[in-house]
Ligand binder design. Sequence first.
Ligand SMILES: C[S@@+](CC[C@H](N)C(=O)[O-])C[C@H]1O[C@@H](n2cnc3c(N)ncnc32)[C@H](O)[C@@H]1O
Length: 325
Amino acid sequence: MNWNERLDAMAAGYQDAAILLAAIRHRLFDELDTSPRTAADVATARGLDVRAVSMVLHALAATGVLVKEGKGFTLLEDRARVLRSDGADTQVSIFGHHEHLLKRWARLDEVLANGRPVPHGERSESELRDFICGMEDIQKRSLRGVLDVVDFSAVRHLLDLGGGPATAALTFAERWPHLRCTVFDLPAPCAIARERIEASGLGARVGVMPGDYHVDDLGGGYDVVYLSNIIHSMGDQETSALYAKCCEALVPGGRLLVKDFFLDDSMTSPHYAARFAVNMLVGTEKGKSYSVGETRRMLTDAGFSAIERLDVPPHSAIMVGVRTA
Ligand SMILES: C[S@@+](CC[C@H](N)C(=O)[O-])C[C@H]1O[C@@H](n2cnc3c(N)ncnc32)[C@H](O)[C@@H]1O
């Protein structure tokens, strides 16, 4: 692809996103599997417009998401796992979250002019659920990589700070049968976490602590604080203050694990983290993607030593620091 073609593809990239996200929003993929169904079948089942559904299904077939055979469309198993709401690796909540984000990203030009995030007010209940359960979709995938690089076999009590629907805490508690986990989050996500904990049967070892980590006490005596996908929504001052608070909540020798989409020190690579920084520009006052170098410095200033970086492909890394004293 030459530069003209690459730029054309970038400029029109929102169209493929809008097609996929609208299909998810209306659960078109839930009507499809390996048995062919026509556009009229799908539209009727979902109570939608036949002409519109037909064009969207054809566009999805053009990109290979669907396969068209005669007049029917099929959804192959590897896509169904991700795109159907009952798929084993479903991503429908995080894709629903992307649909909300798309509307904000369309106003990036305003952010460039005034430096302020796009106003979005209180999240509706469905937006909040897409966001929190979307974190669960993402976490389920990345936790496989996390389990490859962490070892909590000697850990007694772990704090999952900003732990959302308790996905990490439950995964860790299942992997290490002696481990006790506390999920700290705002009250509404804690309610979703409680549902997940109850369904898991791990309630004896996984609990929730509703609160605001900027103002409330985090408790203490933790061997590990796990801080996953939290710092990118905050500026340097708030992040440094939270690192210091985590340090205090740990036992001496305890570890802070900061998982995020880190940039290298050029701040231009990897592409995912550089683009994610703009997502934080659109959505938050001071959020950003942090570089590995600045995180190392900030952790050191907060009282951590022996700092190391563990990669969690495809996009994340964990920066680990040990409480010095
Ligand atoms: C991007 S999500 C990350 C969730 C989870 N740790 C993960 O890795 O998927 C950020 C989480 O931080 C929580 N959060 C945001 N501000 C908070 C605050 N002031 N106090 C406690 N939790 C907060 C949100 O409710 C949300 O669950």
